[in-house]
Ligand binder design. Structure first.
Ligand SMILES: C[S@@+](CC[C@H](N)C(=O)[O-])C[C@H]1O[C@@H](n2cnc3c(N)ncnc32)[C@H](O)[C@@H]1O
Length: 226
């Protein structure tokens, strides 16, 4: 089977199409050396991308970890029923094991090796750091770690500290808001170059975005006057 973007797009969430496709392909390349772990599932959009990739690859189990009560910015929510409906509707339920827990609780006693670790839970720095420190030791050599919302103020420092300036990840890449890397020794200087590339890419993106917003504001002010 192939990636069914239509199903993914029918599920509420924040992934761009490029990000969805990346998650599908990262899951598809898993060989069965470890499981797939997702921190932060919300209504299942990224879970379905991962599970579809797994289905079309080695059939690796996707562990979806989320209390399903939202993050600080979501208010009073409970997304588990919708998550379950979306997983069932997508036809990949047998590949998904939900853990209705916060990441810290789910990490207690965790022993399974992980081949793909997707971090998209609470975005405050202390939680992202916790997700990294509790879960990344389970990543197998050659396994992939991926962070969503890389430019968020709570996520950016963790990526800088542990991926770009640490010594445990190589081949750091970014697509839209996702930064991902392979566990293993980097080639000397390789990560520093990618860090500069990343800085330029996001600086350009920010400039373009500021201009776009300014132009839109001017346009609506003009329309208002007419
Ligand atoms: C941005 S949403 C995840 C979006 C999802 N990955 C998607 O693509 O649709 C963040 C999720 O993290 C969950 N969350 C908040 N704190 C958490 C924690 N400590 N451990 C695990 N999940 C957490 C929230 O319940 C929320 O569903």
């Amino acid at each position: 089977m192939a990636f069914d973007l239509a199903i993914v797009e029918s599920i509420p969430g924040w992934l761009t199409q490029k990000e969805s496709s990346l998650l599908y392909h990262l899951a598809k390349r898993c060989t069965g050396n470890g499981v797939i772990v997702e921190i932060g599932s919300w209504k299942g959009k990224s879970t379905v991308c991962l599970a579809q990739g797994s289905r079309d690859g080695a059939g690796v189990q996707v562990h979806a970890i989320d209390p399903f009560t939202g993050s600080s910015e979501h208010g009073d929510v409970f997304t588990f029923p919708e998550f379950q409906r979306n997983i069932a509707h997508s036809g990949i339920a047998s590949l998904v094991t939900p853990h209705q827990k916060i990441s810290k609780e789910a990490a207690l006693g965790w022993t399974k090796p992980i081949e793909l670790l997707w971090i998209d839970g609470a975005h405050e720095e202390e939680f992202v750091r916790l997700d990294y420190t509790l879960w990344s030791p389970h990543l197998v050599p050659g396994g992939v770690i991926a962070f969503h919302d890389s430019t968020d103020p709570g996520v950016w420092p963790i990526i800088d500290t542990y991926l770009f300036t640490g010594n445990s990840f190589r081949r750091i890449r970014f697509i839209d808001g996702i930064t991902y890397a392979i566990k293993g020794k980097p080639i000397p200087g390789g990560n520093a170059i990618m860090m500069r590339v990343r800085d330029i890419k996001y600086a350009l993106w920010k400039t373009r975005d500021t201009w776009r917003k300014r132009r839109r504001k001017k346009q609506s002010a003009h329309e208002f006057r007419q």
